[in-house]
Design a protein around this ligand. Sequence first.
Ligand code: PMP
Length: 316
Amino acid sequence: MRGSLVRSRRLSSVTEAVGDTPLVRLERVAREAPSVEVYAKLEFANPGGSVKDRAALRMITKAIESGELGGDKILVDSTSGNTGVAYSMFGAALGLRVALVMPSNVSKPRKDIARAFGTEIIFSDPMEGSDGAIRHVRELVAKDPERFYYPDQYSNPNNPLAHYHGTAVEILDAVGDRITHFVAGLGTSGTIMGTSRRLKEHTRPVRCVAVEPADPLHGLEGLKHLPSSLVPAIHDAAAYDETMRVTTEDGWDMTDRLAREEALHVGHSGGAAVFAAVEIAKRLHREQGGGCVVTIVPDRGDRYFAPMKWERRYVW
Ligand code: PMP
């Protein structure tokens, strides 16, 4: 029983708890495609609660190894939330100072979690979204380069490499040769880039699909509508085969179904990714009578709840 061994392992640091997340078969939301296996990789099982633990840990570890990070340097980056939680958690674990730039309209629980680890938050213009946060952090670092270490998750090769060496290897370990399709939401593009590159080296062809919001203004937090955004430097469309565009409504509806039918209460980007995976599964069922689709659930739904305890204000 590998699962029980993993759960009972003893660690010397929270950094060692990253990765080895479980895959769960989705049978109910994919019931229209009974000949196809659909799996969700539960990235909320990482210690910071999201897929971004992987990229953050690798970027930080490599920067410490190269000497770019250490001493009094402040780690600063822009983030839609989950990467910020991960930086904050590892900052606390490794004794590093962390500052985050984020649009002021990012969900309150995300800000509160980062602050709980001792992170300083700097707000950028909410109307300019995540691109505004990127511009803001670049200005800060340009003004005072000695003070800051800027991992820049949109340009840092260690972001996709975390998935190349981690996520993809774990998927192959879990489902092996059966995998025919891989589906992941695109934010910085680290997950789709790194995982697809490794899966493409596999002996059997694996079709890799990126999921983007259908509209520039959307409610799928963590995902990027590339045609209207700054394209991340780590992004290369040649690494994967196809882009599927999912509406906010379809993503949210699948998020609701996942909670009620599969007992998986996940964030909306996970709902969008599963929606796309199930669409692919239905097509495979009709046209090929089989297949194995693996997708990523980046985080848990309660990250988007309004907080109570952390506001230190109670209304009964
Ligand atoms: N979903 C959520 C909730 C996220 O926070 C992110 C990261 N921005 C993603 C999906 C996309 O992951 P990636 O940055 O690896 O493309």
